[in-house]
Design a protein around this ligand. Structure first.
Ligand SMILES: [Ca+2]
Ligand SMILES: [Ca+2]
Length: 469
């Protein structure tokens, strides 16, 4: 296979060169290949300074390609931009893999390998065996003769603004030399997409900044928060558990708003329980995407409202196969069903998020027990948003986006409904509906009738991470 030199538009935002070299000092024979990929955790956790945490591979390697080269070479892992790891596995062979990002053949165009001398290895000369499984992207690259390959470096090539522009020919002077082992360099710029993909605590997606709600890009959990304890539901009863965004297991419920705030913030600097502005940013973004509407056009037909028909009558785990976005009868994922029960939503950047409109309601950090919209005249029932009057404390556009107001969307469009509760009580603001909320479910469902400590089995939460400038 040859690399072509076309640059994918998908990588417009790759504005960086990254050299991250993590060398372990162990040696192994060329007959050996990592039995599992234990290295390559790249975490960005706090504010301005991206931190990296590269664990060494710990051996146990077996190769078995029939060759019999016993020459010892240095095991070395290079983490490219947080999503691709490369390692020499034989004198002339490099293995690159990603456990966190699905890559396509086109994406490989942007990966440049450099030999000992920092010399880029011409892509045309590489023999690439491309493997792709559900959980692990992998390629085995055979390097031509003439390159000194006792160490390997790699970087992501800067994408060009023109979709059809050619990458400069190989063999040009390479980028600056990689940092020494002693002083690993912090990458200067990561794309926000990569920052979200690199967060610890499971799978996170980038939410584009919204001028109306949250100008900065931020990351949210792709799934409703689960418990780091595989028991899932019992999580709130055990000390020391932390939220994680994984497909498996049922959502972490029976946790109050206050405790959810604590659990999210304990993930580290920049992490927090999703706030209402962030909820509005991600849900208004989703509502602007045609494919999230049954009529495949914004405002046409209805939005999907997730698992909300009380069948099954409990919350479900998600699926790592995003096509299995429906459940019926039990939590086994189905790839078809009633459109309004579809659990996945796509954002304008192509990211897929699970269970925003349904499954379990999700705590936000917002609290308002005394100045509730509409609470003075109707409160102990669900009401259509068209009947809701916002106030200074909570403007109506903090409940539904302006387009929903202008076009008078209501439960007919499956945007959800509003339950105020009496002024002077409650005040926590979970968003979205739950498995039992039927037509009251939707992206913008909102209730203010429960206190910050109230817990139930149909309210969970989702954490966010604010990307620092
Ligand atoms: Ca169902
Ligand atoms: Ca939900």
């Amino acid at each position: 296979m040859r690399f072509s030199t076309k640059v994918s538009m998908r990588y417009l935002n790759f504005l960086f060169l990254i050299f991250i070299t993590a060398c372990s000092n162990q040696t192994f024979t060329s007959k050996q290949l990592p039995s599992q990929s234990e290295n390559g955790d790249f975490t960005v956790g706090n504010g301005n300074n991206a931190t990296k945490d590269v664990e060494e591979s710990n051996g146990g390697f077996t190769l078995g390609n029939g060759k019999d080269n016993e020459k010892e070479i240095e095991a070395q892992t290079v983490i490219v931009g947080g999503f691709l790891s490369c390692q020499i596995i034989e004198a002339d062979t490099v293995r690159c893999w990603s456990e966190t990002t699905k890559l396509s053949v086109e994406d490989l165009d942007l990966i440049v390998l450099l030999d000992n001398d920092g010399e880029p290895i011409p892509k045309e000369s590489l023999d690439v065996e491309f493997k792709d499984s559900e959980s692990l992207f992998e390629m085995i690259i055979t390097i031509p003769e003439g390159f000194n390959l006792t160490t390997i470096d790699a970087y992501v090539e800067e994408a060009k603004l023109d979709d059809d522009e050619e990458i400069p020919p190989m063999g040009q002077p390479g980028p600056a030399a990689p940092p020494s082992e002693d002083e690993p360099e912090t990458p200067e710029e990561l794309t926000n997409e990569m920052i979200c993909a690199s967060l610890s605590g499971g799978n996170w997606v980038l939410v584009p900044g919204s001028p109306d709600y949250h100008p900065q890009d931020f990351c949210i959990m792709k799934y409703e928060a689960k418990c780091s304890n595989p028991e899932g539901k019992a999580c709130s009863e055990q000390a020391g558990e932390s939220p994680i965004s994984i497909a498996e297991n049922t959502p972490w419920v029976e946790i109050g708003q206050d405790d959810a705030k604590v659990k999210c913030s304990e993930l580290g600097s920049g992490f927090e329980l999703i706030n209402n502005k962030q909820w509005m940013a991600v849900t208004s973004n989703a509502a602007s995407v045609e494919s999230n509407w049954s009529g495949n056009s914004v405002g046409q037909g209805e939005l999907s409202r997730g698992h909300s028909d009380n069948s099954p009558s409990f919350a479900c785990g998600a699926s790592s196969d995003e096509s299995n976005a429906y459940v019926q009868g039990d939590c086994g994922g189905l790839d078809s069903g009633s459109f309004n029960q579809k659990r996945t939503m796509t954002l304008t950047n192509g990211a897929v998020v699970w269970d925003l409109p349904g499954n379990v309601r999700e705590h936000t950090s917002y609290f308002n027990s005394s100045a509730k919209p509409s609470a003075t005249w109707i409160f102990h029932r669900w009401v259509q948003f068209r009947s809701v009057r916002g106030n200074d404390a909570l403007p109506k556009t903090d409940l539904i986006p302006q387009i929903a107001i202008d076009q008078r969307w209501d439960s007919g469009q499956s945007i959800g409904q509003y339950w105020a509760g009496a002024n002077g009580s409650g005040g926590g603001l979970p968003r979205g509906g739950s498995w039992l909320d039927h037509q009251n479910s939707g992206l913008f469902s909102a209730t203010l009738d429960r206190s910050a400590s109230y817990t139930t089995d149909y309210v969970g939460f989702r954490c966010s991470y604010v990307i620092q400038d």
